[in-house]
Design a protein around this ligand. Structure first.
Ligand SMILES: Cc1cc2nc3c(=O)[nH]c(=O)nc-3n(C[C@H](O)[C@H](O)[C@H](O)COP(=O)(O)OP(=O)(O)OC[C@H]3O[C@@H](n4cnc5c(N)ncnc54)[C@H](O)[C@@H]3O)c2cc1C
Length: 333
């Protein structure tokens, strides 16, 4: 990771004071012009103007306050498993959350910092015979990203087992919010609308036999292996599944974005290095060398064809970060 954080060029005039303030606050955890592709599961996209890595909720709050004071945009990145970074990169500071603490504030609750991976959290609970999270085994990304998108799997929403979440708003104010105030819905939570950042989350757990919990985790992993192109670079499902109020679907087609993409014959369709997966119609994979522009053009094509053929408007589950103009055309200095 130290290599990723090495500056690839010196800060210019406009970056000097930002550089000094960031380094005063975060030391060698600050990098300049850091390539982001390697930090995402899509393996493509431009640079972060500044990258700051942290695992501590206090640092998230400090970064929010400092960037607000400096007037520098702040973008948060967790596991990078649900984003497409534009080829033009991300201006300002990208705060990359990695690792963090997990503990049990009481017998029925597990609390994890937002940079903890969901898989790490599942393993932690399994080792201790705590049930509740085992079916989330194999979900890439961090607790923070999963709370933001209210991760869903096999008809379940992660928000259903959340009890409380720690948030910081863009002015740096910290609050503890009960699950009922989180605005959890399918692929939705309040932070998508408020811009708040997730500091930590608490989950309801219950004692359970370790062997049974492990078996449930194994079943989830096996299901993923069967149904998803796990050996290829992707960001999981590109589109949300259409909702009941999105209108009627063609006969025999389930309420599934992947099924719609498949029905219009786009499985295997390619733009540059981006291809609609043969395994799952809602996955676009980077077969190597795909630019973010290729990926986005392919996503747009899928939406257009499904819209024209069936009148269903597909909405992205994937999050676009940064600038989709080619790198170099939007230099800030
Ligand atoms: C192979 C594969 C399978 C997948 N399967 C599933 C699945 O079964 N179910 C599912 O729901 N998703 C799935 N996904 C998508 C992805 O794993 C989830 O959306 C995951 O929760 C994203 O977390 P992340 O940390 O990687 O977020 P990132 O991709 O880093 O970020 C996603 C968004 O969350 C924001 N964000 C990240 N951290 C925070 C924070 N602390 N506070 C506020 N905002 C934050 C980012 O700014 C961005 O807008 C899959 C992805 C892949 C590649």
């Amino acid at each position: 990771m130290a290599n990723l954080l090495r500056d690839s060029e010196p800060a210019g005039r406009g970056g000097e004071s930002t550089a000094r303030r960031l380094r005063d606050a975060f030391g060698d955890r600050v990098g300049r012009r850091v390539p982001l592709g390697a930090l995402t599961t899509f393996r493509t996209g431009g640079h972060a103007e500044w990258l700051v890595e942290t695992s501590r909720p206090d640092d998230i709050v400090a970064a929010v306050r400092l960037t607000a004071e400096l007037g520098v945009p702040l973008t948060v990145l967790g596991g990078g498993s649900n984003v497409l970074v534009g080829d033009g990169g991300v201006r300002g500071v990208v705060l990359r959350l990695r690792h963090g603490a997990i503990d049990c504030p009481d017998a029925d609750t597990v609390r994890a910092d937002s940079g903890v991976t969901l898989n790490g959290l599942v393993r932690w609970t399994l080792h201790r015979g705590l049930g509740g999270l085992e079916r989330w085994a194999g979900t890439p990304g961090t607790v923070g990203g999963a709370i933001r998108g209210n991760a869903h799997f096999d008809g379940r929403l992660l928000g259903d087992i959340v009890t409380a979440v720690g948030l910081v708003d863009r002015a740096g104010a910290v609050v503890r919010v009960l699950a009922g105030e989180m605005g959890f819905g399918y692929d939705d939570s309040r932070v998508q609308h408020t811009g708040e950042l997730v500091l930590w989350a608490e989950f309801r757990v219950a004692d359970g036999p370790v062997a049974t919990l492990r078996e449930a985790a194994r079943r989830s992993l096996a299901f993923r292996k069967r149904t998803q192109p796990l050996d290829q670079a992707s960001a999981g499902c590109v589109f949300q599944n259409p909702r009941a109020d999105d209108g009627p679907l063609p006969d025999g087609v389930p309420r599934s974005a992947g099924a719609l993409v498949e029905r219009v014959g786009l499985k295997g369709y390619r733009i540059g290095g981006a291809v609609v997966s043969h395994v799952h119609g809602n996955f676009v994979v980077n077969e190597g060398g795909a630019s973010a522009r290729d990926v986005r053009a392919l996503i747009d094509r899928c939406r257009e064809v499904v819209g024209e053929r069936f009148g269903v408007v597909l909405r992205e589950e994937l999050v676009y970060l940064g600038d989709f103009e080619p790198e170099g055309r939007n230099e800030v200095e």
